[in-house]
Design a protein around this ligand. Sequence first.
Ligand SMILES: [Zn+2]
Length: 187
Amino acid sequence: MNNDTISINKKIRTKMVQEAEKIKNHSLTIAIKYPQYKEAFDFVHEHFPSAEVKNKRIYMCDKTFLDELGYTEIAGFYNDVVDMIVAVKDSESYGYISEDEAIVHELLHSVSADKKDEEFAYTKSVLYFLKKGRDRDYIIRYMSPYLNKEIEKTKQVLIEKYKVILEKELKESIYKIINQTILRVGD
Ligand SMILES: [Zn+2]
């Protein structure tokens, strides 16, 4: 890491620490803990008992306040600098997944080795959605930000792959033309 990267990382960490304080101190924030949202905590605990998620607090926040902080269009997030889980109050009324579902997703981020691993958070939470009786369409809608990114990634891989094939074919046909031309000239 060079000095620039270190100083940027330092700035981000400072910002995340300050933001966490702001969230905790906001008048509309409610800190909740186990056994509130029992099913959500139990689900993650069952799969990752050593993570001791039942000791974690979830900060339920006002949507307008989170919008002001720049967290728009999300039902929750995990601040890995201070190990803080945030979820939007009444998330379902904004068309998001429900509070307990957001809590499961963010708790999973907090237990994964790579805190930003969306594949882990999405795939490990699907069972919770199924247990709750959510249908296929709901789960696909929930997973669509992740799935779309995966599709984009796959597309890029395919484009790169076919680029190589096409370049190879193009080169071969050019050589063929060159060879034919040389042969004709030689006649
Ligand atoms: Zn996530």
